[in-house]
Design a protein around this ligand. Structure first.
Ligand code: SAM
Length: 268
């Protein structure tokens, strides 16, 4: 039983299963959301810990009976058949303390949008930790710093919204069937709204990222001129200490924040 279109690769490496449990540092107040429990390898590990609750959401209808048979006698466990990209999490979002998953790789982007969030949109959760086993090259991209060809709107957004730590890389042989690519185990610690940046500043950073990364080979002066006059560009370059002859992948996170702050001031 395995469906490619659902990104089904069962985690069979016992050391990695143990590692996930270890880095989750679970306690009796933990309310866990598990995305895609599959046949329950990780679920079983997590239910075997001091937790308050584990709610799992699985898309594949054919796995629901199997999961219920396995875990229904455990009153910490609840299961919902549905698509993680469209289920409404409003009623449990505030209770969830940790999100843990070996995610289906084909929906990595939208999963990050939902669980880490978007710039300028209020995050309605209190997750302490998000632990994902995910595609290694996406993690490489997310962790890249200015100057790297991989730096982009995704890495800047992820690093602005969370603290990110790669625990280890995981080879295809840890899964059955093995995926074509390497994976990485990652922990995200989301930064609460307004703790680092306010929402209007986030919105402005988002706007600058969109405009500039839309043409990542162009110098900032030749993309941001759609919203700034030449005088404003010179003023901003001076006040933010950012050279507008640079390309967007060469700008650091702190510089993006400075740019957006000063842009807002100039436009007032
Ligand atoms: N947790 C299991 C494990 O580690 O062995 C399975 C991991 S497998 C990589 C991904 C799981 O997510 C599969 O069980 C798949 O059916 C499920 N899945 C795929 N798309 C989903 C979606 N949109 N919403 C919820 N679950 C989904």
């Amino acid at each position: 039983h395995q469906k490619k279109r659902f990104g089904q690769h069962w985690l069979v490496n016992k050391k990695i299963l143990e590692k996930i449990k270890e880095i989750a540092v679970l306690n009796e107040n933990d309310f866990i959301l598990e995305i895609g429990p599959g046949k329950g390898a990780l679920t079983s590990k997590l239910l075997n810990s001091e937790i308050k609750k584990l709610h799992a959401i699985e898309l594949d209808k054919d796995l629901i009976n199997l999961l219920n048979d396995k875990f229904n006698n455990n009153d910490k466990f609840s299961l919902q058949q549905g698509d993680i990209l469209s289920v409404n999490l409003d009623s449990i979002n505030k209770k969830i303390t940790k999100v843990i998953a070996n995610i289906p790789y084909n929906i990595t982007g939208p999963i990050l949008d939902i669980f880490i969030g978007r710039l300028g949109i209020i995050r309605k959760y209190n997750y302490e930790k998000i632990i994902f086993l995910m595609q290694k090259d996406v993690v490489d991209r997310i962790l890249s710093k200015e100057g790297s060809p991989n730096a982009g709107a995704l890495s800047i957004r992820m690093q602005l919204l969370s603290k990110i730590k790669r625990i280890c890389d995981v080879p295809p042989s840890s899964f059955s069937p093995p995926p074509k690519v390497f994976s990485s185990l990652v922990v995200f610690e989301p930064i609460k709204n307004d703790l680092r940046l306010d929402i209007s500043l986030e919105k402005y950073i988002d706007k600058l990222l969109r405009i500039s990364f839309n043409s990542r080979r162009k110098m900032l002066r030749n993309t941001l001129n759609t919203i700034l006059s030449n005088e404003e560009i010179n003023e901003l370059s001076e006040s933010s200490k950012v050279c507008f002859n640079l390309r967007p992948q060469d700008i650091s996170i702190d510089q993006w924040i400075k740019l957006a702050e000063n842009c807002i001031k100039i436009k007032k």
